[in-house]
Design a binder for this molecule. Sequence first.
Ligand SMILES: *Cc1c(COP(=O)(O)O)cnc(C)c1O
Length: 405
Amino acid sequence: MSKIDLSRVDFETLVIHAGQTPDPNYGALATPIYQTSTFCFDTVEEGAGKFAQEIPGFVYSRGGNPTTRALELKCAAIEGAEDAVAAASGMGAVGAVMTAFLRPGDHAIFDLAVYGGTNHMASKNLPDMGVEVSRVDTGDVEALKAAIRPNTKMIYFETPNNPMMKVTDIRAVKAAAGPGIRVVVDGTFAPPPMQHALALGADIVLHSVTKYINGHGDVLGGIVAGKAEDIKTIRANSITKINGCPPAPFNSYLVLRGMKTLALRIRRHCANAMEVARYLEESPFVKAVYYPGLESHPQHELAKRQMEEGLFGGMLSFELKDDVKGLSSFEAGKKLVNSLKIPAIAVSLGDPDTLIEHPASMTHMAVSKEDRLAAGITDGLIRLSVGLESAKDLIADFQQAFSAL
Ligand SMILES: *Cc1c(COP(=O)(O)O)cnc(C)c1O
């Protein structure tokens, strides 16, 4: 047990200390990597007790591992959740929630624009398994209420979402859903301290740990946090059985390491993104910038209420004007991206390095053009994951790339 009363500390202290105490074997301060598949028992009786979960401890790493458990406890603490369970990837986490709670004949509502892999689950995998799926703009509470049926079991959305940074009102969705429908928030774009989805009424919050929570671009991981009973169901049915997707202990160690600087990193990502967003908004070549921190963002007031401490994330999208030096916004966008020197052309987000990508040909290639346009994802849209470099250097890079158009 920690000597620190973690219920009374600031986020900076919580994220460093929660879930981790010196290792009982040798006092190692850094949580050791328990790189083992199985755990030994002194006696048959001890084994039986651990299998029956009457004696606490570990049996086999698919069901639980000390390094991964430290990560789960840390994530539960920062989300203010009763418990959390880790997965080998963000999609592992998404799939685990679906397979734990949706059955043939159930109905689930998904926002119009969700992450590509989740979109595939909603449009293909779940219907194949006999789950009815409706797609609704979860920002439109009346449309959401109209879509709810007697067999609705889940409402699922991302906030801010990918790649338009649409902000959905978590409180309003939970109020519309009532107690019988699980509200599941993918909070990947806004991990704590930016946003606490459970405190706003979500039943379950999940993250692709691959992104900000690990924050170093070197691990795939996922986490699901919520009520102890729900987490137990997800762990028992999905993570250890149907999906069989716990993280490797080494990856859990890397994420624990990355999380030590989560508070510092998030503040810097957000400050950099705000500066770059303001710069782009003032550029004569730019038609629109989508960033929840800008007054021009359609849900800026909601973002101010729902996202904390003026932290609006490190993600933004923008679109160039048509006819920039005779080019279409698509052609000009391609030329701009190719001329930038600091941002790497890559999907993913939340890395120390700034990443830039073109949703229509990359992350959202598999989404039909009609659905893409309905979600506002035009051919000219460019998505930027603002990294931890100097904002001044990033802006200077944009200046040189604009002048090369
Ligand atoms: C990346 C991402 C996922 C999937 O996570 P992986 O770790 O790549 O499996 C899910 N949701 C969102 C919003 C993401 O950005």
